[in-house]
Design a protein around this ligand. Structure first.
Ligand code: F3S
Length: 237
């Protein structure tokens, strides 16, 4: 057990005159606690007004993505003792509108996602007696593409998104490529349509922040480069 100081972003939409400020809380933290465990302790024992998103506690839902000591991560996967130092800064993900304290608006994230039609598009009727099948080799091509939990950490870390709020974002590019690369999808063009645009893949300058920020160790930059190649291939017929 050791004492840690948490400096947490506070913002109350009903007190906009106060703006954003950092509020400090001191907490005795047992070994093995995550940042999410500490936020829960603060909310349940010290200050019930503290507001943040959380759900699964298992790195699956993406709800508790936030900026911890300047790095985007899931609070439920951030071990307090592994962060180094006894002061921990907790802020909402950068680049998104803040609704309250650590809660961001997910609207930009959803807008980017919808632009790429994030679902399998088919034209032929499905087989009557089984689901649409693919070979093990084709299934292997989806490794590293389908695991995204849509936490928003990648897009929040991207300077192209900071500069252009209409930028579709690496989270959506990864999702688009997940379907473009799927042998069962029968209309890759429909996923690509929105990407060949000034807010699409050409605004990516291969900065790689998105790769560093992904808590699931995925590689949106590689997907973006594959999408660029695919768009060029289609243009060349
Ligand atoms: Fe942004 Fe990632 Fe490209 S950080 S500029 S989407 S490589």
């Amino acid at each position: 057990m050791a004492k840690f100081k948490f400096r947490i972003n506070r913002f109350d939409p009903d007190r906009k005159d106060r703006g954003h400020y950092m509020q400090e809380y001191e907490l005795e933290v047992p070994k093995g606690y995550t940042v999410l465990d500490c936020l829960n302790d603060i909310k349940w024992k010290i200050d019930g007004t503290l507001t943040y998103r959380r759900s699964c506690r298992s790195g699956i839902c993406g709800s508790c993505a936030m900026t911890i000591n300047g790095v985007n991560n899931l609070a439920c996967e951030s071990q307090v003792y592994a962060l180094g130092g006894d002061t921990i800064n907790v802020e909402p993900l950068r680049g998104y509108p803040v609704i309250k304290d650590l809660v961001i608006s997910l609207d930009p994230l959803v807008k980017g996602l919808l632009a790429v039609k994030p679902f399998m598009i088919t034209r032929t009727p499905p087989p009557s007696d089984q689901e649409r099948l693919q070979s093990p080799e084709d299934r292997d091509k989806l490794e590293g593409l389908y695991e995204c939990i849509l936490c928003g950490s990648c897009t929040s870390s991207c300077p192209s998104f900071w500069a252009d709020k209409e930028y579709i974002g690496p989270h959506a590019f990864l999702k688009a490529y997940r379907f473009v690369a799927d042998s069962r999808d029968e209309s890759p063009r429909e996923h690509l349509a929105a990407l060949d645009d000034k807010h699409g893949v050409w605004r990516c300058h291969t900065i790689f922040n998105c790769v560093e920020a992904c808590p699931k160790s995925l590689n949106p930059t590689k997907a973006i480069s594959e999408l660029k190649k695919e768009i060029v291939r289609q243009k060349l017929g």
